[in-house]
Write a protein that binds this ligand. Structure first.
Ligand code: GRF
Length: 221
């Protein structure tokens, strides 16, 4: 029997994506367990959410380390010591370099609140709204050394409505993030993701691809 995948979540802020992951784990729909939550910010709400769910919560700030490499080595040490097989970045506001990424090859995911490759970087929802797009959305992707450039795992589209502000749009995108991230982790945990070049091939359970695609694109396929 395959052992249960242990996920380490890195988060810097309010932690609503972490909450969606914790809720999915609690309901048995994640196919994985959250082993530890680490934040670079001591007061991050994400740490409170982890503790409330009975998950180990650690603050590890870069300021205590002489270099970025030392900090990344410390993060790797914490995650490895807990048997983490997948790292999920959930609003983690630091860029991770090769010292970290090489320790978890193909095993670091991120969620971004835009349809990549459009609008990478910070305040993506505001960027999209100000640009005037009619369809926005969110992306879960594997992490590489670029900023929001790694292979796309799943995307969900969100229409931009006439009455939207950047804030109302961000709120509707966030609802989709909370569906997208736990599903991406489940697919990974079940061994259904395979990298082919920069394309992530998904071995969908029977019938699921069309229903997910239809729900998230608003299109019939
Ligand atoms: C989300 O919008 C996520 O897409 C981005 O950072 C935000 C984190 O929000 N990477 P939360 O902390 O999960 O509520």
């Amino acid at each position: 029997m395959r052992s249960v995948l242990r996920v380490g979540v890195l988060a810097s802020g309010r932690g609503t994506n972490l909450q969606a992951i914790l809720d999915a784990a609690a309901s048995g729909s994640l196919g994985a367990e959250v082993a530890v939550v680490v934040s670079n910010r001591r007061g991050a709400q994400a740490l409170d959410r982890a503790r409330a769910a009975g998950v180990e919560a650690l603050h590890l700030g870069p300021g205590a380390y002489p270099s970025r490499e030392d900090y990344e080595r410390a993060l790797v040490g914490v995650l490895r010591a807990r048997g983490v097989g997948l790292v999920a970045l959930a609003g983690f506001m630091l860029i991770l370099g090769p010292t970290f990424l090489d320790a978890f090859p193909g095993r670091v995911m991120n969620i971004h609140p835009a349809l990549l490759p459009a609008f990478p970087g910070v305040e993506a929802q505001k960027q999209a709204w100000e640009y005037g797009v009619k369809v926005a959305g969110c992306t879960v992707h594997f992490v590489d050394e670029g900023t929001d450039t790694g292979p796309v795992i799943l995307q969900a589209a969100v229409p931009v409505l006439e009455a939207d502000t950047a804030e109302t749009l961000a709120a509707r995108i966030l609802e989709q993030e909370h569906r997208l991230y736990p599903l991406s982790i489940r697919l990974f945990a079940e061994g259904r993701l395979r990298l082919e070049g920069r394309r992530v091939r998904i071995d969908w359970p029977p019938g699921e691809e069309r229903s997910v695609a239809a729900a998230w694109s608003g299109l019939r396929c």
